[in-house]
Design a protein around this ligand. Structure first.
Ligand SMILES: [Zn+2]
Length: 630
């Protein structure tokens, strides 16, 4: 496959009703990194993100907040922009669906579908709450089938809607997905999409009659465009469909890559391409679907309260490392089980040790032993360690063509490990001691070359720190793509190589509470607070008898302080009832009561058991019943 020279990378536009969280930060950093990689390798690349701002939910939130819908959108959209700015995300355009230009293009596009005869009038029927003034899906209803807000029974309502003739495009679309014309990645998601074609995919409604906050249809002003359809059109409204000056270059002549999480696959892989086919517009080239980030094995979501905000990450690790960590904990495309502890481990191994420490000890050595001057290499022989670096550049580029972001990073980290091994084996500190300055210069030149390549390759993540390293090596600000353009040639290092003023990636120890939690998880340990939940007391057996019809059970009457309790225990095979009288045993006294063979049991006695032998736990010296055990 020949390399196209231009890319157009998108994220979904995010619904302004919620705050940015690590899930959409993940998608947006991925798009930003991909965009930067394209540029690093010399391609043209354009990056679009934005916010989705219409629909009844936005209107409701605005009313609650005492704002107009537009005011709410302005405020919340800015929150996304601020958040992305903090994460050093550099988009080419931030689109908002309330941009008048976008709204106009939505109308234009829908008019085209209408003119071509792919939109027809029909009836949409659903459950409608008059209090909420909106349709409610079955999922939203309470157990009794009521509106969750008003606790009233929604009405079955029919409204006039316009439908898109999806059925007409299913066959040709399926072919395009199967042939790879429309590439859906990874393969597991492609199969999932192909599976959808086996279900009943109905024509879908692309308008709403009762919703007011939206883009009205050009051929029926009483209806607004369904918010999802309005949102999808952003991908072509940004480059100004159909005849804006950049539409041809950005959409038709670029490799169009849509990135997203798996929950919106149907809209992007079926509805959107079908609409484009209907309008005779080129389809996107790649739809790349990533999994969810699971924090401690649960999906990150607001309702579970385990949201990590981008700000939290930045506070812990800084911007560069956060960008690196969020994308490289798990393979791009799969669900990732993340524990915050794992972030620390990866930070220390990849960034603090493998990269940061190598840079620091190399540059210090150049400064101390060579007065900051690296000798120009003599002879044409390219050392193996630099050839490995060139190969790494090629591998990283290949991985990125397949949007294998983490695999690409793993190649860079593997190369850094090689550089560290090379450094350790060549023992430049010994060479310095022995005064072997020729050999020392060669070794440090080779390592510095490797560091320059690695820094360029890591620059899409570590935008700030790699710029610092390159500036130290070259004596001036140097764009990372320039380093890669020099492949195969000697690098013109500065004649006074500097040491970074600050430790690039200081080792971090995990905050205490996380450490304790991690240790406990590792050994299946519980905290004292867990143990304290169990109430143990000394009890004296006052009466004991067999339970009729149950070979294993004894019914015991126990005195616990002033209280008398009944417990049923499975010890009949080991103890004669009379032998228990007067014994002082240990009982869990705050268990929920249960019934065994219809007899109530209020607690559990403790016993040790092994190899069909059982013995009751008792106390070592005389102590009154009711004594607490801790
Ligand atoms: Zn309601």
């Amino acid at each position: 496959m020949s390399q196209p020279d231009s890319y157009y990378v998108t994220t979904p536009i995010y619904y302004v009703n919620a705050e940015p969280h690590i899930g959409n930060a993940y998608t947006t950093v991925a798009a930003d990194v991909l965009n930067r990689y394209h540029k690093l390798f010399g391609y043209r690349s354009y990056f679009l993100t934005g916010t989705d701002e219409h629909g009844s939910k936005v209107a409701e939130s605005a009313e609650k907040a005492g704002l107009s819908p537009q005011e709410l959108c302005d405020r919340n959209s800015q929150v996304f922009k601020d958040s992305w700015k903090k994460m050093n995300i550099e988009y080419d355009k931030f689109i908002r669906t309330t941009d008048p230009e976008h709204e106009e293009i939505v109308r234009k596009f829908i008019q085209v579908l209408h003119d071509k005869g792919y939109i027809y009038q029909g009836e949409y029927s659903g459950l409608y709450c008059t209090g909420c003034e909106k349709f409610i899906t079955d999922k939203e209803l309470t157990e009794d089938g009521l509106c969750p807000v008003h606790l009233t029974k929604p009405q079955q309502v029919r409204e006039k809607n316009y439908f898109f003739k999806l059925s007409k495009f299913l066959g040709p679309l399926k072919e395009k997905i199967e042939s790879g014309d429309l590439e859906i990645m990874p393969a597991s998601r492609r199969n999932e999409v192909l599976g959808l074609f086996k279900q009943n995919l109905d024509d879908f409604s692309l308008s709403r009659e009762r919703v007011k906050w939206g883009v009205s249809l050009p051929f029926d002003e009483s209806q607004v465009t369904y918010v999802w359809i309005d949102a999808l059109i952003n991908y072509i409204s940004a480059p100004k469909y159909p005849d804006g000056p950049d539409f041809d270059r950005l959409w038709n002549k670029s490799t169009v890559v849509h990135l997203m999480a798996k929950d919106i696959l149907k809209f992007h892989c079926i509805y959107w391409p079908a609409m484009l086919m209907a309008a005779d517009v080129k389809l996107p080239d790649k739809i790349v679907i990533h999994g969810y980030l699971n924090l401690d094995s649960q999906k990150i979501s607001k309702s579970l309260g385990n949201i990590i905000k981008p700000d939290d990450m930045i506070g812990w690790f800084g911007v560069d490392a956060s960008r690196f960590l969020v994308l490289n904990m798990c393979a791009f495309g799969s669900d990732g089980d993340i524990r915050i502890e794992d972030f620390y481990t990866k930070y220390n191994s990849d960034l603090a040790n493998n990269y940061g420490n190598l840079v620091s000890r190399t540059l210090k050595m150049i400064d101390r032993n060579l007065d900051g001057i690296l000798p120009q290499p003599s002879g044409d022989d390219m050392p193996e360690i630099i050839k490995d670096g060139y190969e790494t550049v090629g591998k990283v580029r290949d991985r990125l063509v397949d949007v294998q972001i983490k695999m690409a990073t793993d190649e860079i980290i593997a190369y850094l490990s090689k550089l560290n091994t090379y450094f350790d084996e060549k023992k430049p500190w010994v060479l310095a001691k022995e005064g072997a300055s020729n050999e020392l210069g060669k070794v440090l030149y080779n390592v510095s070359y490797g560091i320059a390549l690695s820094s360029a390759l890591l620059s899409p993540y570590l935008t700030e720190k790699t710029a610092t390293v390159l500036e130290c090596l070259f004596g001036k600000k140097i764009p990372p793509n320039v380093v890669l353009q020099e492949l195969g040639h000697a690098l013109g290092f500065s004649d006074k190589i500097e040491i970074p003023k600050e430790n690039l990636f200081p080792r971090l120890s995990m905050p205490k509470e996380l450490e304790t939690k991690a240790e406990a998880e590792a050994d299946n340990l519980i905290g004292i607070e867990d143990f304290a939940k169990v109430k143990l007391q000394v009890a004296e057996v006052k009466a004991a008898e067999k339970v009729p019809g149950a070979d294993k059970l004894l019914k015991l009457q126990l005195e616990i302080g002033r209280e008398l309790r009944q417990i049923v225990a499975g010890i009949a095979e080991y103890y004669e009832p009379e032998s228990l009288l007067g014994k002082k045993i240990i009982v869990v006294t705050n268990l929920k009561p249960v019934k065994l063979r219809g007899i109530e049991s209020n607690g559990m006695l403790l016993a040790a058991q092994k190899n069909k032998k059982l013995t009751l736990l008792t106390v070592d010296s005389d102590i009154p019943s009711g004594a607490k055990i801790s």
